[in-house]
Ligand binder design. Sequence first.
Ligand code: PRP
Length: 175
Amino acid sequence: MVLQSHLKILINREQIAKAVTRLACEINRDYQGKEPLLIGILKGSCVFVADLIRQLDLPLELEFIKVSSYGAARESSGKVRVVQGLQTRIKGRDVLVVEDIVDTGITTSFLLDYLKKKRPASLKLCALTDKPSRRRVPVPIDYLGFTVPNKFIVGYGIDCDEKFRNLPHIYAIED
Ligand code: PRP
């Protein structure tokens, strides 16, 4: 069992806030004149997407989709399932997927393929964190907050066995 005493701050809340502001500036600039549909990937992206949209000065819409590949394990099972689908048609929309972490890339790659088949006008990815050392499937990240080392991270929406999503910083689990 992972206890809070096993956690060490990797990215503090001020650093996260600065990154969210930077990403929002880039998105505001790139989507001027558009009405993007943001799709948050549940559950991990919930805190990030909530902070991000409040800095977006665009007539955006927000949707959520839930996919799952990890279950209760720390390793990706490699099989991704859509657990809760979209409520909106995305054909012809400018879609921006919002993820908390791209790790092996299996989840996000599956999801981008799944969404692409629905023929959006454009499809981009905004990820708060990227762990390239673990990548098994290439994933193009259009807007990136942080590159993180090969450590299991939690906090700011990211869990370990459903715990620690509520912590304000991003922490690494120390062995
Ligand atoms: C996590 C995370 C990403 C995915 C990244 O989701 O939110 O969606 O794993 O891992 P990958 O790049 O190796 O596929 P998880 O399935 O743990 O669900 P959660 O967001 O509900 O925590």
